[in-house]
Each structure stands twice: as structure tokens, then as C-alpha cells.
Design a protein around this ligand. Structure first.
Ligand code: SF4
Length: 491
């Protein structure tokens, strides 16, 4: 069936409705060692990490001692994929899990993680968050030597390198494989008897360690530890590898030291506000960004309205600092899935309306400060500005808690191309004009870096500054799986 031709406006609407007008985190990982209900704990952990990926999820569990690894992976949300029956079959005291987000083209079951492989050293399963900047050339090299890849994901490169390593133990083989890759990885790996967790030397993505009833737990974010009632032990350091075997944890520092480059966007948008990253609460950071934004970009207004949920805390900070009342008068439907049935008769701005609606009574005749965390293409915000005006707002002043997004991410975040970013080719005044607001104020790069300074860590802010901490980013056509196409049932 061919797709009907769409107007620019309809396409923009569609992008906005499907969340395509945002940066997306690509994955969340979780692991348990030494718990009788390891797969159920992992299921709950993934549930808490669902915001990091909604396309597919998977769990691998094993009782160890040479017994098989049990695997379940599927497309969809954690709550839809797993049930009592499935979890009951995922036996064992060791388990790892993964949630994945992907762009539409890469959304296929073969790319769902954890990846599993049988090596001559036994079975392994691996779940990876991040993006490897040199995966393409390694893949070509391995394919030239006869390797057969079964996915298009960069993470499979680690599995293939590990399987071909001449080192003796699985742990040494993993370190050997990781020494070849460049870029971002926070990963968990399951062997027959161990849970291994590793963070790349720059520490782009978060990874935390916890304890639960004597068991060890590893999670992308601390909100997952909170849900299962685990105590937070510490974050893995950049470049640290921990090996947990027979209840004991060993910490290794196998990589040469690099400049720390924790992703600042984790604080701005990706991570859940109830998570602590590097010991600092995300909620508090976002609020502080809002305060600085208010000092940098004051405006006479009646209400501060957040774009839910991305602008929530920054709007609170803006309201507190400016003294303008906080009014969450833009309501968001939290139950929108990626597919919904559109009406055949076109409804104006249908896509955005599926997700957001303005409360007319709270906005009529008001001068509004609309706060969001970032502008990517600008398609959603232009619709929201129009929606506020239709609801009776007399003025709409847009305030953005991060600096202008001018570059794509190469380290594990799904972003549009540089050319698609509205700030790449337009001045602030041009963007204001395109979005239809009365004024537009971004956080300055200095303001963001000033807030980050108090966290006492070193950050990547390349998508705002164009200063990329890891070079050698490869480009080229994405790997093709094969000339086979999976035909799915159509009603
Ligand atoms: S480029 Fe942006 S999104 Fe990517 S790691 Fe750096 S700060 Fe995060």
C-alpha cells in the first residue's frame, strides 16, 4: 500500500506526535547477580528505565554452572513483553536486561538486545548503552575476515571481537574487545558464572551499582535501584570494569585515562528527574537551569507554563527566580503510543493535539512564558505556540533551558542530521520568527557550563558547543543486514 502524499504541515505534525522532534536516548541496561528472582528484578529495573528506550526490550537469565542461558526479547514496551509465564521461564540467579530506542529504519527484532553468542569459552549475553564511533571500520574488517553479522547494531561488533579474541577467559576477551572500540559504552555482560559491567574511559553514559538482599545490581540510572528497593553503592568510574562472581566484586581499570565527558544532556532531558547522576540529583539541576535562564532572559509576564514533561523543572526554577506564577496549563496525554489511527478527514494539527492540549480558562488574556528543555527541529514548539495563542494567550515568550542545539550526537543519542537542526542554519531571531513567539531566549553555553561546574565533573556538551571529545567519527552507509526482507502479516 502506498502512503498518501502529506503536506509539510502534516509531516511536521506527525514528527511532533511521534516524538521525532526530540533527541532520544537509545538504551538502558540492567543486571543482577546472586538473586533468586533475578529475572523479575531485571523486569522491574527495565520498567523504571523505560524512558531510555521504548522500541524493544529483552532479558537473559541463567542459573550458571554450565546450564543454559534463557532469553526473551521482543518489540514493544516492557509491560507488554513480559508476563509471569515468560519470567517464570527465565530462571536463574544471574540476569541482564536492555531497553532500546531506535529510529524507524533500525526498528527490528534482530537489533533487540541483549545479544547472545556461544563462544568456545561458553555462552555470553551483552547489553550496551552508547554508540561506538569506529564500529563501521571494525565491522568491515571483520566481515573481510569472514565474520557473519546478524544485526545492524554497532554493539554486535563487541560480541564479534570478543568471540574472536585469543585471550583465555571471557573477562579477558571482553577487555580485549573493548580495547579496540572507541566512543561510548556503558554495558553489562553475562557469562556462565559472572556479571561484568563496564564504562568507557570518557564515561559518556551513566552506570550505577547497588545492593539488594546481598545481591549485586547494576543499572543505567538510580531510579531503577529505587524501584526495586536496592541501596545505592556508587557509580562506576569512567574506564572502570567490575567483575562480579560468586558474590564478590572485583574492580579493574584496564584502559588508559581519558578526559571525562559525561553527557550533559542526561541532566537536561534524558535521565529521569528522580535519578542521581554522579551523586547529583537531576531534578535539582534542571531547576537550577531554569533559575539561571530567568536571570539571563527576564520578561514581563503573567504565568510560566512548562512543556510537559520536558520543561517541568526548568519552568519551576524560572517561576521561582522570576516571581511569576507557575501554571501547568498545557496538558499532556501520557498514553500516546507510536501508532494511532488518524481520522480520514484531516483535523488541523491533529498530531500535536494527540499529545498536548491547552487549558483555555487558565490562559485567556495572559502573557505566557513557555519553557522547554531544548529545540531540535522546532516542529512541536511552533504548534504549541499556536495552540497557546488559540487558547487566548495575549503573548507567548519562549524560554529554553539549554543552549541552541547546533550539532548531532555521536555517542549514543538518536539525533537528526546537523542540517535538520533548526539552530544550525538560523539565528535566534529567525527561529523566533519561525516558531511564531513574541520573544525567544536560550540558556547561554556559559550559563550551562556554570551550572555544570558545581557538579565537579567534566562533561560533553558537543551538541551545543561543537567541541566533540572523541574524534574519528566514521560516516558511511549504514550496514545492510542482507538482501532478505521479513514479510509481516498484514490484515
Ligand atoms: S553530543 Fe550532546 S547528547 Fe551527545 S553525549 Fe555530548 S552532550 Fe550528550
Amino acid at each position: 500500500m502506498s502512503c498518501p502524499a502529506r503536506s509539510h504541515d502534516e509531516l511536521a505534525d506527525l514528527l511532533a506526535a511521534h516524538g521525532a522532534d526530540r533527541f532520544h536516548d537509545e538504551c538502558g541496561v540492567f543486571g543482577v547477580h546472586g538473586h533468586p528472582e533475578a529475572s523479575k528484578i531485571t523486569y522491574l529495573g527495565l520498567y523504571a528505565l523505560q524512558h531510555r528506550g521504548q522500541e524493544s526490550a529483552g532479558i537473559v537469565a541463567t542459573p550458571g554452572h554450565g546450564r543454559e542461558h534463557n532469553v526473551h526479547r521482543a518489540m514493544g514496551l516492557v509491560a507488554d513483553i513480559f508476563n509471569e509465564k515468560v519470567l517464570g521461564k527465565l530462571e536463574g540467579r544471574l540476569a541482564i536486561g536492555h531497553v532500546r530506542y531506535s529510529t524507524a529504519g533500525g526498528s527490528q527484532l534482530s537489533n533487540a538486545q541483549p545479544f547472545c553468542a556461544t563462544t568456545d569459552g561458553g555462552p555470553i549475553a551483552l547489553a550496551h548503552n552508547g554508540n561506538l564511533v569506529n564500529a563501521l571500520s571494525i565491522r568491515r574488517e571483520l566481515e573481510g575476515r569472514g565474520a557473519i553479522f546478524s544485526t545492524t547494531a554497532d554493539s554486535e561488533v563487541i560480541v564479534q571481537l570478543l568471540a574472536r579474541s585469543r585471550e583465555r577467559t571471557q573477562e579477558e576477551r571482553l577487555l580485549d574487545a573493548l580495547s579496540r572500540v572507541k566512543g561510548a559504552f556503558s554495558l553489562v555482560m553475562l557469562t556462565d558464572d559472572a556479571l561484568i559491567a563496564a564504562r568507557d574511559p570518557h564515561g559518556f553514559r551513566p552506570l550505577s551499582l547497588g545492593r539488594l538482599d546481598g545481591a549485586w545490581v547494576v543499572a543505567s540510572e538510580t531510579c531503577a535501584l529505587d524501584l526495586i528497593g536496592a541501596t545505592f553503592e556508587r557509580d562506576l568510574d569512567p574506564g572502570e570494569v567490575v567483575v562480579i562472581r560468586r558474590g564478590r566484586l572485583r574492580s579493574l581499570r584496564p584502559f588508559s585515562k581519558e578526559r571525562e565527558a559525561f553527557c550533559i544532556f542526561e541532566y537536561i532531558y534524558f535521565a529521569r528527574p528522580d535519578s542521581n547522576l554522579n551523586g547529583h540529583n537531576v531534578y535539582a539541576f534542571r531547576k537550577e537551569l531554569g533559575r539561571v535562564l530567568a536571570r539571563q532572559n527576564p520578561v514581563a509576564a503573567d504565568v510560566v507554563v512548562p512543556v510537559l514533561d520536558s520543561g517541568n523543572m526548568a519552568a519551576l526554577g524560572y517561576a521561582e527566580e522570576s516571581g511569576i506564577p507557575y501554571e501547568p496549563a498545557m496538558i499532556r496525554n501520557h498514553y500516546v503510543r507510536r501508532t494511532f489511527i488518524e481520522p480520514s478527514q484531516s483535523i488541523r494539527h491533529f498530531g500535536v493535539k494527540v499529545k498536548h492540549n491547552a487549558v483555555k480558562g487558565a490562559l485567556h488574556g495572559k502573557r505566557v512564558v513557555l519553557v522547554d528543555d531544548s529545540i531540535v527541529r522546532g516542529t512541536t514548539l511552533s504548534k504549541l505556540v499556536a495552540m497557546l495563542r488559540n487558547a487566548g494567550a495575549s503573548e507567548v515568550h519562549l524560554r529554553i533551558s539549554s543552549p541552541a542545539t547546533i550539532g548531532p550526537c555521536h555517542y549514543g543519542i538518536d539525533t537528526p542530521t546537523r542540517e535538520e537542526l533548526i539552530a544550525h542554519a538560523h539565528s535566534v531571531e529567525e527561529i523566533r520568527d519561525l516558531l511564531g513567539s513574541d520573544s525567544l531566549g536560550y540558556q547561554s553555553l556559559e550559563g550551562l557550563r556554570g551550572c555544570a561546574k558545581s557538579l565537579k565533573h567534566s562533561f560533553c556538551d558537543a551538541c551545543f558547543s561543537d567541541e566533540y571529545p572523541v574524534d574519528g567519527v566514521e560516516s558511511g552507509p549504514p550496514p545492510q543486514l542482507s538482501l532478505f526482507r521479513t514479510i509481516e502479516n498484514e490484515d
